[in-house]
Design a protein. Structure first.
Lengths: 269, 182
């Protein structure tokens, strides 16, 4: 819209609010013109807009996962703490199996498989220097590093760097299949930018100290894209047959790993 | 369309939030920029605004106001918090009230641009400046300004009227001086 039209529109609007303004038309015209001419017309830079969009996509996915885990936990809690006492163990078991059956099978896991996977992880980590390493920027704060050998993908390290901590997912593969995932959360004592100067300025007696970072780690074991074991961050082995959260979490990690591979492949093309 | 996106997000389909980001990111960025006068600060606070909205969308209640108003309220609070976190600026709500000798960064090209009106704008209260900037710079209709500010349309019009009256009173001697010089 042209400047004159804008001025006229604004004046007209002002006269409708207060007809007395008409007596000061000349001053108002100049005033409005000054205001309009001062408009900096700022635009968000495209690169920033794209980065923020990507960051939102990433955060949305993280929140969605957290929510799914929480609701699954609640459902589990409901089954174990409320449904069992009221309807009897047998009925509840039947219900649980019927609900979660598509998500995982209830067979016993073989300890030999787990030790096989652990041996595989050690082998991959020992040979990372011989892998072809390539990085992929997922968002402003997250990257994924892919380790390939001629026989196929060995490992992906996905890292999300925040101001108050970082999360790392390490995916290990055997014969192109996901075999193991280590999930680490690093919680900083203070935000990373909270240096001594900032702390003093804000009357805080503590500043960011990497030595004080709390690291928690969980380990997931897979066979044929199915979670067969989860060791939580307390080091406790979860009974996979009694907890559907694990099945859903396993499902999610498989999908997450596939999404990373898909992004890597589409970037390569 | 917007209400559908919000409903989907509230049901857990947070990937739909990008639709809301696409619809409002430019306007929110501008709104924050007009209050901070600094590109990097505006980028940081825009980012913070959308992250907070994403995390809190579950709690958004359309009975209490529009999504637009809610989003702008988050942005407004972020700007206020931004100044409150700094001892020098803790009593400010936006950059218009910064003193000339302040060390707080503001974009030089922006300051040059607003030179002519800055002294008048400084005399207004932050919410009065908001009305005038949204109407004149943002080219929003009063209906939209009412949504953004969470007030009635008539209250926004009255506020605009009072602002223009005040600006006119301050502006008249300046204009007469200019005419005299010419």
């Amino acid at each position: 819209m042209k400047m004159n039209v804008k001025i006229e529109n604004l004046l007209e609007e002002l006269y409708q609010i207060n007809p007395d303004f008409k007596a000061h038309e000349k001053t108002l015209k100049t005033l409005i013109k000054e205001l309009l001419e001062s408009n900096p017309n700022v635009e968000m830079e495209g690169s920033f807009s794209d980065l923020l969009r990507e960051k939102i996509v990433h955060k949305a996915s993280q929140l969605k996962d957290q929510k799914a885990q929480k609701s699954n936990f609640n459902f589990n809690h409901f089954i174990k703490q409320i449904l069992f006492p009221f309807t009897g163990g047998v009925l509840a078991t039947v219900m649980v199996i019927s609900v979660i059956n598509p998500l995982f099978e209830t067979g016993q896991f073989d300890p030999a498989i787990i030790s096989g996977i652990e041996a595989r992880i050690a082998e991959v980590d020992a040979s990372l220097n011989t892998c072809v390493k390539s990085s992929l920027t997922l968002s402003e704060e997250s990257t994924a590093t892919f380790y390939h050998k001629p026989e196929g993908l060995q490992k992906i390290k996905e890292e999300y760097l925040g101001e108050t901590g970082k999360t790392i997912h390490k995916y290990f593969y055997e014969d192109e299949k996901l075999a193991h995932v280590i999930h680490e959360t690093h919680e900083y004592n203070r935000p990373i930018y909270w240096n001594e100067t900032k702390a003093t300025e804000m009357n805080d007696d503590e500043f960011f100290d990497p030595e004080k970072t709390v690291v928690k780690s969980s380990a997931y074991y897979f066979e044929n894209d199915r979670l067969i074991q989860w060791i939580d961050e307390e080091g406790a082995v979860i009974n996979i047959e009694q907890d559907i959260t694990q099945a859903l979490q396993g499902n999610h990690l498989v999908q997450r790993s596939q999404a990373l591979i898909w992004r890597y492949d589409s970037k390569k093309e | 369309m917007e209400s559908k996106l919000i409903q989907n997000c509230q049901k857990g389909h947070l990937e739909d939030f990008t639709g809301l980001y696409d619809a409002y990111s430019k306007a929110i960025y501008q709104f924050i920029y007009y209050k901070t006068h600094h590109r990097e600060t505006a980028e940081d606070l825009t980012s913070l605004t959308f992250m907070k909205a994403l995390k809190g969308i579950e709690k958004f209640n359309s009975d209490k106001g529009s999504f637009k108003s809610w989003l702008y309220q988050i942005a407004r609070n972020n700007v206020i918090d931004h100044y409150r976190s700094n001892k020098v600026t803790q009593n400010l709500e936006d950059a218009w009230d910064l003193k000339d000798d302040t060390q707080i960064e503001r974009d030089a090209d922006f300051l040059l641009r607003i030179e002519a009106v800055e002294k008048y704008m400084k005399k207004l209260k932050p919410n009065q400046r908001e009305v005038v900037l949204l109407r004149v710079w943002g080219d929003y209709k009063f209906r939209e300004i009412a949504q953004i500010m969470g007030k009635s349309e008539i209250a926004c019009k009255m506020s605009f009227k009072r602002v223009i009256e005040k600006l006119r009173e301050d502006f008249t001697p300046f204009m007469l001086l200019m005419l005299f010089i010419k």
